[in-house]
Design a protein around this ligand. Structure first.
Ligand SMILES: Cc1cc2nc3c(=O)[nH]c(=O)nc-3n(C[C@H](O)[C@H](O)[C@H](O)COP(=O)(O)O)c2cc1C
Length: 226
């Protein structure tokens, strides 16, 4: 598989088979992903990988927290999105579009808010993936280091493609940052940024047929001096 193929075929996988991912295979992937670039080579990321009982504990915890307060806010000062009502509307439109595309594919109409919420809750079961990765960052890191964390996450996703695995980045876990912080016993300087569900994709689930579109190049790229 070429890098171009991996980039083009990667999608957010939202349904997985039960097939396990062995620890040594995952360790090999993460070892390679460690080659991701970062300013000053800070490598400002840490990962907690969970499977089996360790993963189940988190699923149970998430269900307990979400049952008590299903619409609770993301705690702390690092929201998942900026205020999309005050910035250029193109971002909000892109967000709405991909959401509609997903719910159309799985056949849950807008009016069925409960159905959509229930489906969204699959996030908190890692969409059935064999492994959940939690991306941990020192909260004293600046916006640059958060960007470098993103490079690391994308490297993980592309290496997963090469192995026939799928991934879904999961910022939904931001909602449980306080509980996850306690659960993992993190020190006061560290926080969970996001998760990544990783496993063998279910080829028969239509949710995995979604190929989210992208902005036309002229919206994002300027060529000068060519
Ligand atoms: C940092 C990050 C967090 C994300 N969090 C979630 C999430 O919590 N749940 C989810 O279903 N998708 C999540 N996504 C997936 C995006 O919705 C997806 O990448 C985008 O719509 C483009 O689709 P594609 O990944 O299939 O190309 C996240 C993506 C990124 C990069």
């Amino acid at each position: 598989m070429t890098v171009t193929e991996a980039v083009r075929q990667r999608i957010s996988t939202r349904a997985f088979l039960d097939d396990p991912i062995p620890q040594d295979a995952l360790a090999d992937l993460l070892q390679t992903a460690q080659r991701s670039p970062s300013g000053g080579n800070l490598q400002p990321w840490k990962v907690i990988a969970v499977t089996g009982a360790a993963k189940d504990e988190i699923i149970v915890m998430a269900q307990r927290v979400l049952a008590a307060d299903p619409m609770g806010p993301v705690p702390g000062d690092r929201p998942v999105y900026p205020d999309l009502t005050v910035i250029d509307q193109v971002y909000n439109e892109r967000r709405k579009r991909v959401g509609e595309m997903m719910y159309e594919k799985i056949g849950i109409p807008k009016e069925d808010r409960a159905g959509r919420m229930m489906w969204f809750a699959n996030n908190y079961r890692f969409f059935g993936a064999s492994v959940g990765l939690f991306m941990i960052i020192d909260r004293r890191m600046g916006h640059g280091q958060w960007a470098h964390m993103g490079m690391y996450m994308q490297t993980i996703a592309l290496l997963a493609e090469e192995r026939g695995w799928g991934t879904c980045m999961q910022e939904c876990w931001a909602r449980l940052r306080v509980e996850l912080h306690a659960h993992f016993g993190l020190d006061e300087n560290h926080m969970v940024y996001a998760g990544i569900a990783i496993g063998v994709p279910d080829p028969n689930n239509p949710v995995n047929d979604i190929y989210a579109d992208r902005a036309p190049q002229h919206e994002v790229v300027e060529f000068r001096g060519f």
